[in-house]
Design a protein around this ligand. Structure first.
Ligand code: ADE
Ligand code: ZN
Length: 354
């Protein structure tokens, strides 16, 4: 835990979260209770001892060996969500945690293909998550955005079906779906598997992001940009390509960095290896995020604190991170102005830390 004054500063610093998977907020407790409620069979503990109890599952989460090792558990976990209210309650649980951590604006991912694959209708999933977002806006004063993520371990045809569901329900026009992303297995499937979908979405003016440069080399990032992404999720391997890094700076592209996730998935050995200092010095814009907080042992504030412990940033550097998080959020100018003002007011209160 960082020192108490710094902790107060970081907790109250107005934050935008741009990289959190709502399904990644399913704790082991919630997985077991929803499985019982919805009569979903979790893996047999005889073949997968991690599912013996909440404690054994929690312990297993501390030993992920790679992104794909984590994804195995992540996709089992989300299989317990059935009813619209399960999705709504999950989102609401996340927003309450985020609010307590000083999040004012949250852009949240969800993976409908995986639920649709087991027979849950697109409308049920979206209606549940939208209800959670609306509640957070009404009761907590957050602004929210829903970003639909395609998952790279399923065939392109599955993504095309979900894309058609979005078009049929006119969810781009009604701003229910604010953007598209891609996630899941990075290394293996074709880098440009969503070329056609992204081209179609870009033509409609839909915002595009992509998980790239987490485990995969920087060519995953350049392909994402080529396909129209204007934001990169993770992107930590960008440091291996200085020319591409300069392009990201010049184009003002935001990286949504997730330090605790990177450590837990063995992308880096420690938070100190996440290229925070390199990005700050080079002028790369980034936000700090939780990714899958129920799996990686920390919500957004834990990630802020871990970064502060590793890098001892100045108030001015934290202000830069907060300001960039607002300026690259997918919100209007008026909301940005409100958030800039809250950041300035907060930084003034902690002038003695300078
Ligand atoms: N889905 C959920 N978390 C993910 C991550 N860290 N990388 C890729 N896909 C994910
Ligand atoms: Zn992610």
């Amino acid at each position: 835990m960082c020192q108490s004054t710094w902790h107060d500063f970081l907790r109250g610093l107005p934050k935008c979260e741009h990289h959190v998977h709502l399904e990644g907020c399913l704790t082991p407790e919630l997985i077991f209770s929803l499985a019982a409620k919805n009569q979903v069979q979790l893996p047999d503990a005889a073949t997968n001892p991690a599912y013996e109890s909440i404690e054994t599952l929690t312990a297993r989460y501390g030993n992920f060996t790679s992104l794909d090792d984590f994804l195995h558990f992540y996709f089992i976990g989300m299989s317990v969500l059935n009813q619209e209210s399960d999705f709504a309650d999950l989102a609401w649980a996340y927003f309450q945690k985020a609010h307590a951590d000083g999040v004012h604006h949250a852009e949240v991912f969800f993976d409908p293909q995986v639920h649709q694959d087991r027979g849950i209708p697109y409308e049920t999933i979206v209606a549940g998550f939208v209800a959670g977002c609306k509640r957070a806006e009404a009761e907590l004063g957050l602004s929210t955005r829903l970003i639909l993520c395609f998952v790279r371990h399923l065939p392109v045809a599955s993504a095309e079906k979900t894309y058609q569901d979005i078009l049929d329900s006119r969810h781009f026009e009604s701003d229910v779906i604010h953007g598209l992303g891609w996630s899941s297995t990075e290394v293996g499937p074709p880098k440009d598997m969503y070329r056609d979908i992204y081209a179609s979405a870009a033509q409609r003016g839909v915002r595009l992001t992509a998980h790239a440069g987490e485990e995969g080399d920087p060519t995953h990032i350049s392909v994402a940009l080529e396909l129209g992404a204007t934001r990169i999720d993770h992107g930590i391997r960008l440091v291996e390509d200085p020319v591409l890094m300069q392009r990201i700076v010049d184009e003002g592209i935001l990286l949504t960095v997730c330090p605790l996730s990177n450590v837990q998935l063995k992308c880096v050995k420690s938070v100190a290896e996440v290229p925070i200092r390199t990005f700050l010095d080079a002028g790369v814009k980034f936000s700090i995020n939780s990714d899958d907080p129920a799996y990686f042992g920390g919500y957004i504030l834990d990630n802020y604190c871990a970064v502060h412990e590793a890098f001892a940033l100045s108030v001015d550097e934290w202000r830069t991170i907060a300001v960039n998080s607002v300026s690259e959020s997918w919100i209007g100018e008026e909301r940005k102005k409100e958030l800039f003002e809250s950041i300035d007011a907060h930084v003034l209160k902690f002038a003695e830390l300078v």
